[in-house]
Structures are given as structure tokens and as C-alpha cells.
Design a protein around this ligand. Structure first.
Ligand code: FE
Ligand code: FE
Ligand code: ZN
Length: 277
């Protein structure tokens, strides 16, 4: 089954997001747990959650993906910045248990000159503090474009983080097509080769979700600028191969393309046409 959706605004609550994605033709969605620039999250409204769960059950929404604020930097050289990341993620993971069994994606972080190894150690330390054996949420490390000192531009860096985490059963990876192409993995010319490398370095069982984005920039430019599906350097043919690839086609796909809701509806429709049933 094709699981496809897009990023939605959190401001009107969970039930509203479910209704919205259904109206766009999707069956999953991504949302920020709080303002993307940080700050405190809205209180959980239990009646909203109950309505949301009903909508999901009755309409085949089986999984959703929360995204941590992108300012969160667990790899920072500044202890207070790391502490903010830890507190935010701990709080987010508690809130996620109101909607059990879903995904929580975050950007590993930027080492800001300390070096990749030190940055990775900070990330591992935080994950080992905030992850709990009883959690039902799977935490996802996002593959990054390698802008500035971002960690996660290579599969090896993600593997090093995974190696250090104790509760690996609650840990996975979200592959962002714009980011990996920008990072230098040729998913246009050699998708099979990139996936084989992912399997060798990280292991397919860790791959839980795909951020489906085209890229404004050419291969390996480390810029991280998303483009509409089919309008960037990745292109529609590669997108078709990605959503239909035997190793990927059962994963949930999330659009983070520069669109308003009507643009997302068009892309979801287009991709459903391209998906081979
Ligand atoms: Fe992201
Ligand atoms: Fe992404
Ligand atoms: Zn991005």
C-alpha cells in the first residue's frame, strides 16, 4: 500500500491535521511538535487526541511522523544549548506517548567546529538520557545535506550514532531524498548502489521513513534547498523509481516541498498516479 502525505501545520491540533491530510488525498502526515524555532509546546488536549484516533482508525491513517524543532542542536559546543535539546526531546517523547507507536524525527545536529567525533558523542549522550525502554515511539535520525558542520551527511556518521545508543530497538533513520542527493549519494544515476550502501553501513531494518523532496541545487552541493516534485535536479523519473523501489515502496513518504495545501494535493495525486499497484 502506498503511504503518502506531507508536512502540515500543527496549530489547529491533531484531529484537524488528520482531516486536512484526508482532504488532500493522503494517508499520513508530518508535523512539528512545537514552533520549529523552539519554545514551549501547546498542552495536549485529550478530547482532540480521542477524535484524532477515531479519524485515523476509520480512514486508514496507520502512522504519523513528528519532527523536532530544527533549531535543536544536541551536538552543540555550548552546554546550555545541549541541555535545551535534551529537555525538548524528553518532553516531546513524553507527549508522543499520547499517540503511541509513531515516529519522531530529528536533525542529529551541527558540531560547530568541535569535530564530528565530539559532536557524535554529544548526540549519543543525549539519546541515552532521553530514550526510555518503555517508549513506543521510534526516534529517527534524519540524513542531512552536510550544510556547514551538519552531522549525518554520511551513512557512516549515522551508523556511529546508532552504535553508541543503548536502546537501538527504538532507533531508526529517515532518508531525505533532497538531503542525500545534496550530500553526494547519487539516487538519480545509481539508486540501487546507494541503497546497497545504506544496507551495508546502516542496515535496511533501520530505514523507517522517506522525506520525498526534489532539490533546487545540483548533485553534491550541500545546500539543502527543497524543490517541488519533478521541478528540481532529481526529477520525476527518479522520483518514480524511488516510490516504486522494492526496498522502499512500503515505507511512508512525506513531502516537504515548497507548497501550499493545493500544491501538496497536486503532488500527492501525481505520486499516486506514478505508484504501481
Ligand atoms: Fe528535517
Ligand atoms: Fe527532511
Ligand atoms: Zn531539508
Amino acid at each position: 500500500m502506498f503511504t503518502i502525505g506531507c508536512h502540515l501545520s500543527t496549530s489547529k491540533g491533531y484531529a484537524h491535521m488528520a482531516e486536512e491530510i484526508l482532504s488532500l488525498g493522503g494517508n499520513t502526515f508530518q508535523f512539528f511538535t512545537r514552533n520549529p524555532r523552539g519554545g514551549s509546546a501547546k498542552a495536549i488536549d485529550e478530547s482532540d487526541i480521542a477524535k484524532f484516533k477515531d479519524l485515523c482508525k476509520n480512514n486508514g491513517i496507520d502512522i504519523i511522523l513528528a519532527h523536532a524543532p530544527y533549531t535543536l542542536n544536541a551536538a552543540s559546543a555550548d552546554e546550555r544549548t545541549r541541555e535545551f535539546a535534551r529537555e525538548t526531546m524528553a518532553d516531546d517523547l513524553l507527549r508522543m506517548e499520547y499517540t503511541p507507536g509513531n515516529f519522531y524525527n530529528f536533525h542529529p545536529g551541527s558540531h560547530v567546529g568541535q569535530g564530528v567525533e565530539t559532536g557524535i558523542q554529544h548526540i549519543v549522550t543525549m539519546l541515552n538520557e532521553v530514550m526510555k525502554p518503555e517508549q513506543t515511539t521510534t526516534v529517527l535520525l534524519e540524513t542531512m545535506a552536510g550544510k556547514g558542520s551538519e552531522i549525518g551527511r554520511t551513512f557512516e556518521e549515522l551508523r556511529s550514532i546508532i552504535d553508541g545508543v543503548e536502546l537501538k530497538e527504538h532507533l531508526g533513520v529517515c532518508l531525505d531524498t533532497c538531503h542525500v542527493y545534496d550530500a553526494g549519494y547519487d539516487i538519480v544515476g545509481n539508486l540501487d548502489g546507494v541503497l546497497e550502501e545504506f544496507d551495508r553501513v546502516i542496515g535496511f531494518k533501520r530505514l523507517k521513513a522517506i522525506h520525498l523532496n526534489d532539490s533546487k541545487n545540483p548533485f553534491e552541493s550541500h545546500k539543502d534547498r527543497h524543490e517541488k516534485i519533478g521541478e528540481g535536479s532529481i526529477g520525476i523519473e527518479a522520483m518514480k523509481r524511488i516510490i516504486n523501489h522494492p526496498k522502499l515502496r512500503e515505507l511512508p513518504f512525506f513531502l516537504e516541498t515548497p507548497n501550499e495545501l493545493d500544491g501538496y494535493a497536486k503532488e500527492i495525486f501525481l505520486l499516486k498516479e506514478l505508484y504501481e499497484n
